[in-house]
Design a protein around this ligand. Structure first.
Ligand code: MIC
Ligand code: SF4
Length: 640
């Protein structure tokens, strides 16, 4: 009899190209679908061009434009034109700016149960809401997947998240994932996939599931996934693609590496307090706190279901005049549904500002709050300064909580909110927006790729020497995010296609002198704590430091996607054997790293000036070590 498998093992087994399904062992997966967004996509396509094959080799690759939609100069529009033309040339579907947020659009239009998907955005797991094994990755990893290469990753542990009961009152899907984050923390999911199961699953609609899998990224998890069941069937039918449905679930006797249980009936509205998504507090306990801005949208909570709930709460009412309410629908389909049902009027009449269907305020592209402003945002990240206002206090909440906060101008006890609106269901007939995507021509040979001056050619890095000497150019603490390393926001993100220019901003919010210091030192190392590089998939957080001469990061532990990006661009990710050594190493200390002696999984000593030694190890494979030593993945790729 075949061994009973959980859902994750089933999908992995069907796509396994190399390796054994033993947690921690390296596996190679065939990738069916890829997605990119513009802020990471330009690099990904420059890398795809460098690989040099004529056409993508996936079943489907989509290029979305949703981040840098603000066009305050030539940079972003030039990048969009590059993305449009390169998509046509290489066989990629193009989603023009304003069509919607990549994850919402992918869920509505392309995600399929049982398929593998990698995307150059950390919230790609949103598609796990329909049972797709969907992972965030660096742009170069996505470029290789488009070239038909397997995606390499450590076989994850599978955590069964057993849902029982059902949501009641004002509790929502957002509160499920906020609760899980409070339980497991922002590093609790590293090396793991969250597989949802149990009787509570059937009570959640696909948009609700997608909210949960989306923000599973904040656990540091490889991905999160729901089974494909009657809810999935209904969703795909309403999206006009019933043929994409296949039923998929774990075998009855499947086993898991770990298990967590959540009683949905016991949940109440929650928030993640500033400045980390796992700082869980009850809304009830924030009663009376002034709210200057409420923002509803982002790839976590911008579905029709979310905005209909918002409209029902605001119907016939006026928001507090001291509170700004921003609403960004996740896609034009959502916007059309709101319009068709008269809900857009309800939102406008209540005083909401309707933004473009894009990421916008989530990544500090417009919509920054007032100084010290308290915000109730339905987004997934509240890292310090990410809103564009350095001293803002961002609370991550559900749309229901944000709408109530906008009405009152403050957080109030949910017990005073009256009865919750009936859970919204997608109508039977959902207007299609498929005609808005630009499908590539059969043959791309004659398509001319148009590039603007913002696009700077890729840099090739040289191989590492046998021994690296240098100083610790910066010492940072735990949970350093890629937003700390390579800040976002409209001005800096417009430089995503220009590494020399964007590298001027590395670590600028942490230490404004970092760039001048590392330049004066002629390169160096970063010393970090636990979960270094958590958050986004932006490979610029590796590429730009590498451009400045960072050759190694020495840390207590690393986030998954950032670790892969460090390898891809030739930066040694070294792990302290004895975590207490972190305290003895100071910024400015001179180190000698014996690069030639480093072996996969083996400890070596770093010599510290003054004669001390510090042992470091690594979790690299032989191949990864070769990639780093040769100056990065692009130097080793030979495809035909
Ligand atoms: C984010 O939410 O931080 C982003 C912006 O979507 C990033 C991608 C990027 O930096 O371009 C992500 O989540 O990967
Ligand atoms: Fe866009 Fe925010 Fe989602 Fe990132 S988290 S993809 S910036 S909406």
């Amino acid at each position: 009899m075949a061994k009973a498998r959980n859902l994750v093992q089933k999908i992995i087994a069907q796509h396994l190209v190399s390796g054994k399904m033993t947690p921690g062992a390296e596996i190679g997966l065939r990738i069916d679908q890829t997605l990119t967004q513009d802020a990471t996509g330009t690099m990904a396509y420059l890398q795809f061009e460098a690989i040099g094959i004529p056409r993508v080799r996936t079943e489907l690759s989509v290029s979305y434009v949703d981040h840098n939609t603000l066009q305050t100069g030539f940079r972003n529009p030039d990048d969009h034109r590059y993305l449009r033309t390169i998509a046509a040339k290489y066989g990629i579907v193009f989603s023009p700016p304003g069509t919607g947020i990549c994850h919402q659009l992918h869920l509505e239009n392309f995600a399929k149960p049982g398929k593998t998907l990698i995307g150059s955005d950390s919230h790609t797991p949103t598609a796990g809401g329909v049972g797709s094994l969907a992972m965030g990755a660096g742009g170069l990893s996505v470029a290789l997947a488009m070239a038909g290469e397997p995606y390499m990753l450590p076989m994850p542990k599978v955590v069964r998240v057993r849902l029982v009961g059902q949501l009641v009152g004002w509790a929502s899907a957002k509160d499920v994932i906020l609760h899980l984050l409070g339980l497991l923390s922002v590093k609790g999911g590293v090396g793991k996939v969250m597989e949802f199961s149990g009787p509570g699953v059937a009570t959640l609609t696909v948009p609700e599931r997608a909210t949960i899998t989306n923000m599973g990224a904040e656990l540091g998890a490889t991905t999160s996934i729901f089974p494909s069941d009657a809810q999935t069937k209904k969703f795909l039918a309403r999206m006009g693609r019933p043929e994409d449905f296949v039923a998929l679930c774990a075998d009855p006797r499947a086993t898991y590496d770990e298990e967590v249980e959540i009683d949905l009936s016991a949940l109440a509205p929650l928030a993640a307090a500033p400045h980390m998504p796992d700082r869980m507090v009850r809304i009830k306990d924030l009663d009376g706190m002034r709210v200057d801005q409420a923002a509803i949208g982002s790839c976590t909570n911008s579905s029709y279901t979310d905005l209909k709930a918002t409209a029902e709460i605001l119907r016939g009412k006026r928001i507090d005049p001291a509170c700004d309410l921003l609403i960004a629908p996740g896609s034009k389909q959502v916007l059309k549904l709101l319009t068709a049902e008269g809900l857009l009027d309800v939102l406008l009449d209540a005083g909401a500002r309707i933004l473009e269907c894009a990421c916008g305020p989530c990544i500090g592209i417009g919509g920054s709050p007032v100084s010290k402003g308290v915000c109730a945002r339905t987004f997934n990240r509240n890292f310090e300064g990410r809103s564009g206002t350095q001293d803002a206090q961002v609370y991550l909440v559900s749309p229901q909580t944000a709408a109530n906060a906008a009405l009152a101008g403050k957080f109030t006890d949910p017990a005073t909110w009256g009865s919750a609106p009936v859970k919204a269901e997608l109508p039977r007939r959902v207007p299609g927006i498929r005609q808005l995507f630009v499908f590539p021509p059969e043959e791309g040979r004659d398509v001319e790729i148009l590039r603007g001056p913002n696009i700077v050619a890729l840099e090739r890095f040289s191989a590492l020497p046998a021994s690296l000497e240098g100083k610790i150019a910066l010492k940072v603490g735990d949970n350093i995010t890629t937003d700390h390393i390579m800040p976002a926001g409209a001005a800096i993100m417009a430089l995503r296609s220009n590494i020399p220019a964007i590298s001027r901003h590395v670590f600028e919010k942490v230490d404004p002198d970092f760039v001048s210091r590392i330049e004066a030192l002629g390169g160096g190392f970063i010393l970090g704590g636990e979960n270094y590089g958590q958050g986004s998939s932006r490979e610029h957080a590796a590429l730009a430091p590498r451009h400045l001469g960072v050759k190694a990061v020495i840390v207590k532990s690393l986030a998954r996607i950032h670790r892969a990006n460090l390898v891809n661009f030739g930066i040694l990710p070294l792990l302290l054997v004895n975590k207490d050594d972190y305290d003895t190493l100071a910024q400015g200390a001179s180190l000698t790293i014996p690069v030639a002696d480093i072996r996969p999984g083996k400890a070596v000593d770093i010599a510290v000036e003054g004669g001390a030694k510090v042992a470091v190890t690594n979790d690299l494979t032989t191949k990864e070590l070769e990639i780093i030593q040769s100056g990065g993945l692009l130097n080793t790729v030979r495809l035909s």
